[in-house]
Write a protein that binds this ligand. Structure first.
Ligand code: T3D
Length: 259
């Protein structure tokens, strides 16, 4: 447990809980450092096969802690974004394990960006997403300007980024921003069930799938076909692929070991 971040490991699932409920889990320097370090350490841990990111109390995360931002010793904004926010987003995108955002309440500013950077999102019925940057004279950061057009298309992204309207859970589901909306008291059960499904999958194939999806956004079809062939060569040589074939043949569930 680091100040403002709770890390729990339950078998193959790591649960990271932003834990400053009195400030709607707003992000301070210690929380950002702890989050980056935890993600980097999980990325190296082969025993962890899926990650859940959530918030304590009624919010997912209200973004940058604005009280800290006003302190005289706060780092310049560009430095803060480059050195503290961007490494978190890069860690989320580059780690082999899939990350689920269990969005329990409001996700604002960089809090929304964190949710967008996860591989999958489930929301509680009362959750809402808001960029919030414009309201304080800032621009979307921590990947929000990159993720939104890709997830929603440029027109909807412009609406969210420029008008700053909150998106409630039902609209988030309709827009495809979240995979599922569930009652608040079922959120973690649903997130754990989804994480367990992922943890039961073949870790190498999942990591390579993440890579392929990420890469697809900046390449043409020919490059994608070439890349898929290479990744399939790697996945196809794994013990888990052999186990998958054996399980099919023997009509039983596979037991993937990440080999
Ligand atoms: O380093 C850099 O600055 C660059 C990086 C920037 C990235 C960003 O994330 S910029 C965007 C920062 N976030 C915001 O602008 C959101 C600010 N918060 C809000 O607009 C509202 O709190 C919400 C819409 C999220 C929720 O509203 P509501 O009415 O449900 O709650 P509330 O009453 O406003 O907040 C409850 C408490 O949390 C309150 O404290 P108090 O009065 O009870 O002691 C409030 O001050 C605190 N809180 C909420 N958000 C933040 C916060 N404290 C610090 N920082 C916050 N971001």
């Amino acid at each position: 447990m680091t100040e403002g971040l709770r890390v729990e490991v339950d078998g193959p699932i790591a649960i990271l809980t932003l834990d400053r409920p009195e400030a709607l889990n707003a992000l301070t320097v210690p929380v950002k450092v702890a989050l980056r370090e935890s993600l980097e350490s999980i990325a190296e841990d082969r025993a962890i096969r899926a990650v859940i990111l959530t918030g304590a109390g009624r919010a997912f995360c209200a973004g940058q802690d604005l009280a800290e931002r006003e302190r005289p010793d706060a780092a310049p904004l560009e430095v803060e974004v480059r050195e503290r926010y961007n490494p978190i987003i890069r860690a989320l995108r580059s780690m082999g394990q899939p990350v689920i955002a269990a969005v329990n309440g409001v996700a604002a500013g960089a809090g929304a960006s964190l949710a967008l950077a996860c591989d999958l999102r489930i929301a509680a019925e009362g959750a809402r997403f808001m960029l919030a940057f414009g309201r304080i004279g800032l621009v979307p950061d921590s990947g929000a300007s990159w993720f939104l057009p890709r997830l929603l298309g440029t027109a909807k992204a412009a609406e969210l980024a420029l008008l700053d309207d909150p998106v409630n859970a039902a609209d988030a589901l309709r827009l495809g921003l979240v995979s599922k909306v569930v009652p608040a008291d079922e959120l973690m059960t649903e997130a754990r069930a989804m994480a367990q499904r992922l943890a039961d999958g073949a870790p190498l194939a999942i990591a390579l799938t993440k890579q392929a999806l990420e890469r697809s956004l900046s390449i043409d079809l020919d490059e994608a076909l070439d890349g898929e062939a290479k990744l399939q060569g790697i996945a196809g040589a794994s013990a888990d692929h052999a186990e998958g074939l054996a399980a099919f043949r023997e009509k039983r569930p596979p037991r993937f070991e990440g080999l």
